[in-house]
Design a protein around this ligand. Structure first.
Ligand code: FES
Length: 182
């Protein structure tokens, strides 16, 4: 281990030279010029805080899901990190059950939308075309509006079921489904 330069160490509070200081102070003297570097203690503190926040978040989700299950409501489920989806991109996820395929898209204006990926005509998988603001169904040329999920063209008559989403602590969560008939 490199020994710190005693000349550069800040004077200890009791004024005694570094060689007479306790071992812990000799190993971790404070150097004012290097004070802006993250110390080991700060790093540990940061890691504990982040882990604690994550654990609290997970406990909160478990508790919420237990309440929701009793009330017959869909669970809260994490979809992705907020930074994982730049504008114009989309990703597929499953909600509320493992067989229910949905997609999450970040529109060009940065707003997030999420819908079921099952076409309301004959259940083909729809494809989000984020740059045009439309959702396309390749089976019978159905077209839905990305912002609202309502049908714009082709045979579909009903909007796509919308997934309610929330952003919390830098993560995106699915929190429910909205099924609309108009
Ligand atoms: S299944 Fe989508 S338009 Fe027919």
């Amino acid at each position: 281990m490199n020994r710190p330069d005693p000349e550069r160490a800040t004077t200890p509070p009791d004024g005694r030279p570094l060689s007479e200081q306790p071992r812990w102070r000799r190993d971790f003297p404070i150097h004012l010029p290097e004070d802006e570097y993250v110390s080991r203690r700060d790093l540990v503190r940061f890691a504990v805080l982040v882990s604690g926040a994550f654990a609290v978040g997970q406990v909160w989700i478990l508790a919420q899901n237990a309440v929701r299950r009793m009330a017959g409501r869909p669970p809260i489920r994490e979809i992705a990190g907020a930074g994982a989806l730049p504008p114009g991109k989309s990703l597929v996820f499953r909600y509320p059950g493992p067989q229910d395929i949905c997609f999450l898209a970040r529109q060009s204006d940065g707003r997030l939308v999420a819908f079921s990926q099952v076409c309301t005509h004959l259940s083909c998988a729809v494809i989000p075309d984020v740059p045009t603001g439309k959702i396309l169904c390749p089976c019978h040329d159905g077209v839905f509006e990305m912002r609202t999920g309502r049908p714009l063209a082709g045979p579909p008559q009903r909007p796509l079921p919308r997934v309610q989403i929330e952003q919390r602590g830098g993560r995106i969560y699915a929190t429910g489904m909205e099924v609309s008939t108009v």
